[in-house]
Design a protein around this ligand. Structure first.
Ligand SMILES: Nc1ncnc2c1ncn2[C@@H]1O[C@H](COP(=O)(O)OP(=O)(O)OP(=O)(O)O)[C@@H](O)[C@H]1O
Length: 291
């Protein structure tokens, strides 16, 4: 079990904001932190990693105390068994892919893990290239592989896919799920993408002003309660066009473009870029904005 109890006074543009996180995570769980900019998601990950020290708190990972401010226990980041992937790939630009991975090896660690990760992340053909010659998605695959070299118990992902296009994003999501399952990781993701959160996570925690205000199964948390449907998909509104007395809403669901006929009342608060649920009750699709 992973027990997180973190308190820190954060300094925001609007003054002091207390961050109070009380969270228990089951080993092997995939948990996502979701919330507005400035809610405290990155600060939470940084405190778990040891890059930021809480004013007081406790962090116990599978019976090992990583932090206990009351006992002045505070393991250094490199003593914590975790991997961290950020939005910017943070690879060493002057080293090849292979060297970037080898650099992460601990002294005396068997380097068979490098071969395994290169194979699993399909980096074989890229291993002698420098990061600057790789696409964003390829660089993020390297960053993910590098985070796993020391075989962490916890994988922290801070908006790792937000700079990638949809196709690349979906591919990387599949790699993340693959490594999460294969290495039985406990993964904590920060993401703003509802489709991604529903696809990847067992649980989502909604953060507001430094506090978890709600948590649960993503499809339940994001679905609107008044909607009961036979099936539903989450997608992004690409366009809304008026066609005589109705509107045609074009929605991107995964890599599929779906057109939904909507009434004026249904599109009243919808704009391009909104995340929506497209659902069907019997044969009549209904559309509703998420959050
Ligand atoms: N070391 C620190 N000490 C005090 N306050 C901090 C510290 N680091 C960040 N903050 C403040 O805490 C607030 C929350 O920042 P944080 O990066 O955790 O938010 P976030 O939810 O990840 O936002 P975003 O989605 O924009 O990345 C910000 O106002 C920030 O200025």
């Amino acid at each position: 079990m992973i027990q997180l109890l973190l308190h820190k006074k954060l300094h925001t543009a609007k003054g002091m904001m207390p961050l109070d996180i009380d969270l228990a995570i089951t080993p092997g769980e995939f948990v996502t932190l979701y919330g507005a900019s400035g809610a405290g998601k990155t600060s939470t990950l940084r405190m778990i990693s040891g890059l930021l020290t809480p004013d007081n708190g406790k962090l116990v990972v599978n019976d090992v105390v990583w932090l206990d401010t009351s006992k002045k226990t505070n393991l250094k980041p490199q003593q914590r068994k975790l991997g961290f992937v950020f939005q910017d790939y943070a690879l060493f630009p002057n080293m090849s892919v292979l060297k970037n991975l080898e650099y992460a090896l601990e002294k005396h660690q068997d380097n068979s893990i490098i071969t395994e990760l290169i194979d699993m992340m399909e980096l074989g053909e890229l291993q002698h290239q420098k990061p600057s010659t790789l696409s964003g998605g390829q660089q993020q695959r390297v960053a993910l592989a590098r985070a796993l070299v020391q075989q962490p118990e916890i994988l922290l992902l801070d908006e790792p896919l937000s700079a990638l296009d949809t196709k690349m994003r979906i591919k990387l999501q599949d790699y993340i799920l693959k490594v999460h399952q294969k290495y039985k990781l406990t993964t904590i993701l920060v993401s703003h993408n509802i489709g991604e959160i529903i696809k990847l996570s067992d649980r989502v925690c909604l953060l507001e002003q430094g506090k978890i205000i709600k948590s649960g199964i993503p499809s339940t948390i994001f679905a609107t309660h008044q909607m009961s449907a036979k099936f539903q998909f989450t997608g992004e509104v690409l366009s809304i066009q008026k066609e005589e007395v109705v509107f045609i809403v074009t929605v991107l669901i995964g890599t599929n473009v779906v057109k939904v006929i909507a009434q004026e009342s249904e599109i009243a608060n919808l704009t391009t870029g909104d995340t929506v649920i497209v659902a069907s009750k019997a044969f009549n699709p209904v559309i509703q904005k998420v959050l």
